[in-house]
Design a protein around this ligand. Structure first.
Ligand code: ZN
Length: 161
């Protein structure tokens, strides 16, 4: 069976930055399972899987516009230390979880810490970057009706929706 939209696909992948540094891989771990076309992954990733067969391997690039989007300067914000309860614990170059105005968790990169301010970068860590992927298709299956309806694989979770 070939990979096409609405198929359930198990994938082994290695993700690299432009310099070839591996930043994520599931080789030797649980396969990534997605419903193709349901946007479980960035568009440039699932597009490249279409037409592949089980056991087939491939390498491809994903530009920012088909990956995590462009880097946006407006998502870099300076906050006065006096407004941050745990400002002294923030370390430049690390990621922290903040809360949006609506109460949702947001991951922010601590871009800089000065005497009076902290600079947070709310861009996705891979925004504006060209990514390089190495993939192997492990399995192509028909999803269950429920999986197709929900747009995600149910192997590792059960829920009522
Ligand atoms: Zn579901």
């Amino acid at each position: 069976m070939k990979v096409e939209n609405n198929k359930k696909v198990s994938v082994e992948y290695t993700a690299m930055d432009e310099q070839g540094n591996v930043f994520d891989t599931n080789v030797g771990k649980e396969p990534l399972k997605i419903i193709v076309g349901a946007q479980n992954v960035v568009p440039g990733f699932e597009e490249n899987l279409i037409g592949m067969e089980e056991n087939e391997e491939k390498e491809f690039d994903v530009p920012p516009e088909k990956g995590y989007g462009p880097y946006m300067e407006e998502l870099v914000t300076e906050v006065e230390k006096s407004r941050i309860p745990n400002a002294d614990q923030l370390v430049k170059g690390t990621f922290v979880q903040l809360q949006s105005k609506d109460g949702y968790p947001v991951i922010a990169y601590v871009k800089d810490v000065t005497d009076s301010k902290v600079v947070f970068d709310l861009n996705h860590p891979f925004a504006g970057k060209n990514l390089h992927f190495k993939v192997k298709i492990l399995k192509v299956e028909e999803p269950t009706k429920e999986e197709l309806l929900h747009g995600h694989v149910h192997d590792n979770h059960n829920h009522e929706e």
